[in-house]
Ligand binder design. Structure first.
Ligand SMILES: NC(=O)C1=CN([C@@H]2O[C@H](COP(=O)(O)OP(=O)(O)OC[C@H]3O[C@@H](n4cnc5c(N)ncnc54)[C@H](OP(=O)(O)O)[C@@H]3O)[C@@H](O)[C@H]2O)C=CC1
Ligand SMILES: N[C@@H](CC=O)C(=O)O
Ligand code: NA
Length: 430
């Protein structure tokens, strides 16, 4: 009779150290819930001499993945090293050797999840990846289990801790973008390549995973409209606040008339909307279902212990399945036909800011341009611009088609009286 579950841990960085800590500090709870001792056998790292956050006997560290993947005594592989290769190769090799897998790797699951899950099922193994989306929030379980009886119509969320930390600090204290990004890196929130956070890709991976699970379609990353926060200025944050909005990097997945749109964009969210008050490293995912109505899930989106909580809970699920002999049987592959919206079917309100010549008739020309493109305006503000004989025009539109907005912007760029289009963000009301 097996008394112990033996783990091979790939990675001992922020999340890996959290996993070691939780397994060591919560031994009794884990034993009570699984009836087995969870033991980390070996840990893969790049540098065995590096100083570690957690006390680990040096002989448990290795730079040789085969020592872990090929060890017949190891039951479960926990992959928290990140990146596509070699993580993918290690996971596939482990599955072929009938080892169950827990991973926090959203890049890998968004890009190669279908293949990994298929091979897992062929080998009767689990692949669980709760930590990959919104760190400590149990959102994948909610989608796959708690809402399995419903039809999800909308998933809207703040799903990147690093950018929410940066935008919140910029909004609350006027903090500098670069300094705040460095702080988020020190706190272990950012990806190894923080470009993935600030350019929106990390959130796009997560929205791709969420929409695949929520809408039961095979979403591709290339079908997600992605824009990051690196061009968001303090001026836009301040102006948005004056108009009653908070700037958030918002993931949106919507199903209307059986057609889907998925995007990640800096968005002005009405300050009375529950997502507007999600600050710092916190994430929140707002889900609308046909039957359930509106729900919202809130919690830490990154960081060692919150993320490791999800990893170790997945490990508990794997162990329970091992005891029941049902590993690899829970997965439901996407079964719905995927139909994507075209730009003339994507509707949103928009905030726009542009610098124009400060002369008679310009404001009228601008409003006429929007009218010509079927865009109605909710708010129009003109204020002096601080250089040259120019003015700044700030507009908030009513709901408009993305295709119409793009034509209006392209026409505007060609107008002599328009010096620059400074910003354009979607707007979400409460
Ligand atoms: N940080 C967070 O808050 C969250 C992270 N994630 C995901 O978790 C995963 C890990 O993130 P995080 O812990 O922050 O990353 P870190 O960069 O802190 O840690 C990565 C670890 O993996 C090891 N490693 C990386 N590449 C290799 C390789 N080729 N061979 C051997 N070892 C390797 C590193 O070794 P060494 O220490 O020797 O350099 C390090 O121990 C990523 O997929 C990330 O997206 C998910 C949710 C939240
Ligand atoms: N870099 C990510 C980590 C968690 O997924 C983030 O900031 O959210
Ligand atoms: Na999660």
């Amino acid at each position: 009779m097996q008394k112990e579950i033996r783990i091979g841990l790939l990675g001992l960085g922020t999340v890996g150290s959290g996993v070691v800590r939780i397994i060591s500090n919560h031994q009794e709870e884990l034993y009570k819930q699984t009836g087995l001792h969870i033991h980390i056998d070996k840990i893969l790292v790049r540098d065995t001499n590096k100083k570690r956050e957690v006390p680990i006997a040096p002989d448990r560290l290795t730079v040789n993945a085969e020592e872990i993947i090929e060890d017949p005594e190891i039951d479960v592989i926990v992959e928290v090293m990140g990146g596509i290769e070699p993580a993918k190769q290690y996971i596939l090799e482990a599955l072929k050797r009938k080892k169950n897998v827990v991973t926090a790797n959203k890049d890998l699951m968004a890009l190669h999840g279908a293949e990994i899950l298929r091979i897992a099922q062929q080998n009767r193994c689990d692949v669980f990846y709760e930590a990959s989306v919104a760190g400590g929030i149990p959102i994948l379980r909610a989608l796959t289990d708690s809402f399995s009886s419903d039809r999800i119509t909308k998933i809207m969320g703040i799903v990147n801790g690093t950018t929410n930390y940066i935008l919140s600090k910029m909004s609350q204290t006027g903090a500098d973008y670069q300094e705040t990004l460095e702080e988020a890196q020190k706190l272990g929130y950012a990806e190894a390549n923080p470009g993935s956070d600030v350019e929106g890709w990390d959130a796009a991976y997560k929205m791709s995973i969420l929409s695949t699970l929520g809408f039961h379609v095979a979403m591709n990353l290339s079908e997600v409209d992605v824009k990051g926060i690196s061009d968001v200025s303090i001026e836009d944050i301040e102006l948005g606040k004056k108009l009653g909005y908070e700037m958030k990097l918002l993931g949106l997945a919507k199903l209307d008339d059986q057609k889907i749109e998925v995007s990640v964009q800096p968005t002005l969210v009405r300050n009375t909307h529950p997502l507007a008050s999600v600050n710092g490293v916190y994430n929140a995912i707002y889900i609308e279902g046909e039957a359930v109505g509106e729900t919202m899930f809130y919690g830490p989106g990154a960081g060692a212990l919150p993320t490791a909580t999800s990893v170790v809970s997945d490990l508990v699920s794997v162990v329970r399945n091992m005891k029941l002999g049902v590993n690899g049987q829970k997965m439901v592959a996407p079964y719905k036909e995927k139909r994507l919206k075209t730009d003339d079917e994507k509707y949103a309100k928009y905030f726009l800011r542009m610098v124009v010549a400060d002369q008679r008739g310009v404001l009228a020309q601008m409003t006429q341009l929007f009218a010509n493109n079927h865009i109605s305006l909710e708010q129009v503000i003109q204020q002096p611009y601080n250089s040259g004989n120019r003015a700044e025009i700030i507009l908030v539109t009513h709901e408009a088609a993305k295709s119409d907005l793009e034509i209006a912007l392209a026409t505007m760029k060609e107008m002599d009286v328009v010096s620059s289009i400074e910003s354009c963000y979607p707007v979400v009301e409460a």
